[in-house]
Design a protein. Structure first.
Lengths: 221, 221
DNA sequence: AGCCCTATTTTTGCATGCAAAATTCGAGTA
DNA sequence: TACTCGAATTTTGCATGCAAAAATAGGGCT
């Protein structure tokens, strides 16, 4: 198994919440599961620590990172900046074909909205945001965006929405598509920022800051 | 020696160009120099690879990353976005005391300009940009900024400037300080973007894309 | 019982060793 | 001389083992 694959698999385990935020990362257990020894596992953990997904405590092992409200706010803030930049750049560089693809994805997402399928709606939603970032044609930007969005993915794409809020989010997406089709970079960047600001308020209001295992147990109980 | 220290020291070696871009990273030699074994060294190299400072080639070791013109453009583009965001946030959050500190740093930088001391000018310049980012009060942003700017540091703060260009850069900095003092976030973000765009054009025009050891040898010869 | 101090166990962090892959070197050929 | 093919050497990637630190358990004390 390649180094990048190890990193990817552990990342997935963390993002899925299989190891809940704040919980200790069972080194030995992961070694057994991934069929690797401690050396490559620990290499991967250090990389994930640099990404912010893992906290390393000297001589005390590693824990799945736990996001506070402040972390969440900071991450959304940066995400707004990155998507705004991506929107502007995308409008300069996107091809007609790519716009058509996004329009198709948009239509499909709206269909899921009409059907009330939140899971599929979120899936399409995320694909659109990622397509816009990809259209910016800047791999550095794509990389930072991937790293930042990974950390807020669950909050962003799991939080339930009120019918009003959902309807409004869809209308924002209409505006996003529209600005993209007009290649209005400044307009698109403003809409994206507002769109994400709203999402952030929603997430924080829902109290989605991550808890450690014990608090989680309390919440579930 | 702590893990973070190992990463830091290797990063410094790479940023100083002691191991030139494109050159092979001599594992054994670094082990001797840092007085550590291969295990912690390799952990650090994987982290630096995730940061983009090192390229890992499976079964072929690691090399100091080499920036192409495109990489440089992409990095500056993202840097523009990050500084613009930082400028807006800073105007919302910066204290009067912090503004005074930046004003002092600015005055000192202008003095270095008058004295024609480019090295000291760049040092002060960098301190101001970093202070603005710090004033944004967003550690996630600060982290990404640090990582992006590290990669373009040499290009950004080493390229010589024509007298006209230097004078203009100073005038841009006057405007930056002014916007900050007026807490004009939108204005500041525009100035910062333009400022960085000009710097990027300058750097690319100077042909600062990084070369590998052999090309470097040719340039020096 | 509650608390603290010590002995045992577990876990961490790193050096080392070994198999596999890649690179280098050299002999043989054209 | 230039080139190719193959053996020797070096380097990489990982499993393992060991010393040090931390967590845990247990016994004695108040």
């Amino acid at each position: 198994m390649l180094h990048e694959e190890v990193v990817g698999r552990i990342r997935a385990i963390l993002l899925d919440g299989e190891i809940p935020p704040g919980a200790r990362i069972p080194e030995r257990e992961l070694c057994d599961r991934l069929q690797i020894s401690r050396t490559p596992l620990r290499e991967a953990l250090k990389v994930l620590a640099a990404e912010g997904l893992v906290h390393l405590l000297p001589h005390r092992g590693s824990r799945a990172a736990k996001l506070t409200d402040k972390d969440m706010r900071d991450l959304f803030e940066v995400c707004q900046g990155l998507e705004a930049l991506a929107g502007e750049l995308a409008c300069e560089r996107i091809t007609d074909g790519e716009i058509d693809e996004i329009a198709t994805a948009h239509a499909s997402m709206v269909q899921h909205y009409r059907e009330g399928d939140l899971i599929q709606y979120y899936r399409g939603n995320r694909a659109i945001h990622e397509a816009i970032v990809a259209a910016a044609g800047n791999p550095v930007l794509s990389g930072l965006y991937a790293s930042v969005t990974a950390r807020i993915r669950r909050a962003r794409y799991v939080t339930p929405m009120s019918p009003q809020r959902w309807a409004f989010a869809v209308s924002e997406h209409e505006a996003i598509l529209n600005a993209l089709q007009r290649r209005d970079g400044v307009g698109l960047s403003h809409i994206l920022r507002a769109h994400l600001r709203h999402k952030r308020e929603e997430v924080l209001q829902a109290g989605f800051a991550e808890t450690d295992g014990s608090e989680l147990a309390l919440k579930i109980a």
